[in-house]
Design a protein around this ligand. Structure first.
Ligand code: FES
Ligand SMILES: [Fe+2]
Length: 384
């Protein structure tokens, strides 16, 4: 149940950052993969990435590989990327278009886009074998406003439980209608939590992002919500600017259904564990984080616009893309030098400022998932 923030800044007296092992210990990293990334709904991408039947994308988390495919009936499904014969990896490309079926490269077992086993050479010679017993193993797959979510937990709750009031909160942005214009991928030499934590505060903006801080002053915003599985807030675009771009000028119409006050706000929301959703008055930016090891994270950043705006001959997303690519790189550098510090034996947990309550909430969520609620209380007590 979402708990609305009633004060501009909630004090986090006595709370500290996480101990260093949470950023560098591969055993803890494997637990995070298991208890967060393989047990929660993860944002895998956008529906417009696989527009036609047979189009697929592959996402990897830990040692699992998942194929997300649009089937013949246009439904989006997700399967483990393993052949049911002897387990061989089925799709080897990151994305592609299957011509009606997937065929294993080892012994040619063939599966329909719905996962059903269609052909298995010589298996008719095995009397007990029935093709219908050996479909691809499915995983949870649901779509929220064009964002595809997957979930590997067999006992999963519906996506709606994880999203809470997010669907109502941002319905006016009509995210489901937006289309991707650009994608840039980054490998960041930092733990995935440092990336989420960095996204959660603008305490660093004056020093790290002089251009961003000029357009949206770091103290202009407010946190909106802290919930169990997401949090976020907004920043105010300065009076002489229109949106977050290199020049801050208006080069596109604002989203048509947003409120007057949204026209000078940028909303930054974290949907745990891996989606960072940034809603500007005229475009949506998404980051998805894909942890590779305790100290390495692959980040996919995408910029999405209204299709009718993209259809205009003068459409050019480079003002938004250039601004955020620069800002992203500033952030990744901050995360990387932070990683170098927190993995040192000289690092001990440090105190949070009042501008870092979203990090405190996120860290508490991670600890709760890993070790239960009591750990966070112990950690705070230790720091006193
Ligand atoms: S492992 Fe796929 S057909 Fe044998
Ligand atoms: Fe930043």
């Amino acid at each position: 149940m979402a708990q609305e923030i009633v004060r501009k800044r909630k004090a986090v007296e006595g709370a500290t950052t996480l101990p260093g092992r949470y950023y560098s210990d591969e055993g803890i990293f494997r637990q995070e993969v298991d208890k967060l990334f393989q047990s929660m709904w993860l944002c895998a991408g956008r529906v417009d990435e696989i527009p036609n039947p047979g189009d697929y994308l592959v996402r990897e988390i830990g040692c699992e590989s998942i194929v997300v495919v649009r089937d013949e009936k246009e439904a989006i499904r997700a399967f483990y990327n393993n052949c049911r014969h002897r387990g061989t990896r089925l799709c080897l490309e990151e994305s592609g278009s299957a011509k009606g079926s997937f065929q294993c490269q080892y012994h040619a077992w063939t599966y329909g886009l719905d996962g059903q086993l269609l052909g298995a050479p010589h298996m008719n010679e095995v009397p007990t074998f029935r093709k219908e017993d050996w479909p691809l193993k499915s995983v949870g797959c649901e779509v929220w406003e064009g964002h595809i979510f997957i979930n590997l937990d067999e006992n999963r709750a519906p996506l709606s439980e994880q999203l809470g009031d997010m669907p109502q909160r941002f319905a006016r942005y009509r995210m489901g209608e937006l289309r991707r214009a650009r994608r840039i991928e980054y490998d960041v030499a930092a733990n995935w939590k440092l990336i989420v934590e960095n996204y959660s505060e603008c305490y660093h903006c004056p020093l790290i992002h002089p251009d961003l801080n000029r357009v949206t002053h770091y103290l202009s915003g407010q946190n909106d919500v802290i919930a169990d599985t997401y949090n976020g807030g907004y920043q105010i675009i300065g009076e002489q600017y229109c949106t977050l771009t290199v020049e801050g000028k208006k080069t596109r119409p604002y989203f048509r259904d947003i409120r007057k006050e949204d026209q000078n706000r940028v909303y930054y929301y974290e949907v745990y564990p891996n989606l960072l959703l940034s809603l500007h008055p005229d475009y949506m930016m998404t980051h998805t984080a894909w942890p590779k090891s305790a100290a390495l994270t692959h980040v996919v950043c995408e910029w999405h616009f209204e299709p009718e705006v993209m259809a205009r001959p003068e459409f050019d997303p480079s003002d938004a893309v250039g601004f955020w690519d620069m800002t992203n790189r500033q952030d990744w550098r901050a995360c990387e030098i932070s990683q170098l510090g927190v993995q040192s034996r000289g690092y001990t947990p440090g105190p949070f400022s009042n501008q870092e309550e979203l990090i405190y909430n996120f860290d508490r969520f991670v600890l709760d998932r890993l070790e239960g609620p009591a750990v966070e209380a112990r950690q705070v007590a230790r720091a006193r």
